[in-house]
Write a protein that binds this ligand. Structure first.
Ligand code: PLP
Length: 414
């Protein structure tokens, strides 16, 4: 029997999508091969836009390289985990032991591991809409069922707690929080997080809080870790070097287990097995973690007034606010804006069509909002990592595109 007589891949993959590197990304690559210069506003990869890993972190890695030759403990190097433990304390997450900290090849690997270790067929996981799509993909791949709760664009993208509660069933196993949020840039107030923690505790649901942007905050935004607000259920808090320390290529992330570890002991043991099966994560990258967490403050210079990220966010917000056919909320954290498209005014059918036409006619690559599991196909995500000059040119092109579309469509209607 030839291989095509039976399925040659996991059928769950048909429910998995990751549009940040999806079909528009492939089209952009094709256009580049044909000689076009594409401005890539699709992916939060700081190094691609001239951001550098802080010198001290580089030095730690280079000078200690010889220590990274062997596998280490499957949960990670003791020094790095000790620093993460202190970091958890500084965030108000009490009672964390080094044994409850796991280092991975980026948060991405840990998300997959966490869902694989938790879910049985049909178990439900509450995920924000919109979300960072790896969460939805990881749940589907593990055989679970992603259930999206609404975040409200009219209330600074805060989670709709009523919608969230209404979606809890006897199959719900976990609540995912992404704070600061990708793609919306929302940062959640302590009171909202407290309500979410109470709901999770009441229904004995574990909380998974993805806080990879926790130091990328603008204006008056204040970061609260949901794990600091509850001891009554299991809380898993994720962080890493990719964004705060601009080291996305190092592939270094961690997760901190806190709260009701007794009740969730079988799950914790399962995670330990999964971590052991992949031996350990990249040891070289782990060498930078201690120094990053104990002494590097360089992110502050980027997010404070006159800082590069802050200026780029402000420019993107101002320009998109004035662009016909778009409306946008000013992100309080992370690296993205998530504008709404007036499809009617621009004579377009969907967010995908918007991004497709923008790419083909103006060489600017963005990602359609539905790629982030947003309910209505009427938004796109823009990454504001490029320099003010490069971003300015891309924003000019977006404005040109919208003006031209609006004029053509108004003309076509008369
Ligand atoms: N979580 C969120 C919310 C992200 O936006 C990203 C990357 O963009 C990740 C996780 C992946 O991070 P890592 O580089 O640590 O795998």
């Amino acid at each position: 029997m030839g291989p095509m007589m039976h399925s040659v891949r996991n059928s769950r993959l048909s429910q998995v999508s990751y549009e940040i590197r999806g079909s528009l990304f492939e089209l952009a690559e094709q256009l580049e091969r044909q000689g076009h210069r594409i401005t890539r506003l699709n992916i939060g990869n700081p190094a691609a836009f001239g951001f550098q890993v802080p010198d001290q972190l580089m030095k730690e890695i280079v000078s200690n390289m010889s220590l990274a030759q062997g596998y280490c403990d499957s949960k990670g190097l003791a020094g790095a985990r000790g620093a993460i433990e202190q970091y958890a304390l500084s965030r108000g997450i009490g009672g964390v032991r080094v044994e409850d900290i796991y280092i991975g090849n980026g948060v991405s690997e840990l998300i997959l591991m966490c869902m694989q270790g938790l879910l049985n067929e049909g178990d439900e996981v509450l995920i924000p809409s919109p979300d960072y799509p790896l969460w939805t993909a990881a749940v589907n791949l593990a055989g679970g069922k992603p259930i999206h709760y609404r975040c409200d664009p009219d209330s600074e993208w805060q989670p709709d707690l009523q919608d969230l509660e209404a979606k809890i069933t006897s199959r719900t196993r976990a609540l995912v929080v992404i704070n600061p949020n990708n793609p919306t840039g929302a940062v959640y107030p302590a009171a909202v997080l407290k309500s979410m923690a109470e709901l999770a505790a009441k229904h004995q649901i574990a909380i998974f809080s993805d806080e990879i942007y926790d130091k990328i905050l603008y204006d008056d935004a204040e970061m609260t870790s949901i794990a600091s607000l509850t001891q009554e259920t299991l809380c898993v808090t994720f962080g890493g070097l990719s964004k705060n320390y601009r080291a996305a290529g190092f592939r270094a992330g961690w997760m901190i287990l806190s709260g009701d570890l007794k009740g969730w002991a079988p799950y914790r043991d399962g995670l330990t097995v999964l971590a052991s099966m992949r031996l350990c994560s990249n040891v070289l990258a782990q060498l930078a973690i201690q120094s990053a967490l104990t002494s590097d403050r360089s992110i502050n210079d980027l997010v404070l007034p006159a800082g590069r990220l802050r200026e780029q966010r402000d420019l993107s917000f101002e320009r998109l606010s004035k662009t016909p056919g778009l409306s946008v909320w000013k992100a309080k954290g992370a690296l993205y804006l998530f504008p709404k498209i007036d499809l009617e005014m621009l004579g377009l059918k969907s967010d995908y069509e918007f991004c497709f036409e923008l790419l083909k006619t103006k060489q600017v690559l963005t990602v359609q909002g539905s790629g982030f599991n947003w309910i209505t196909p009427d938004r796109f995500r823009l990454v504001f990592l490029p320099s003010v000059e490069e971003l300015g040119t891309a924003l000019d092109r977006i404005e040109e595109f919208c003006r031209e579309r609006a004029e053509q469509h108004a003309g076509a209607k008369v």
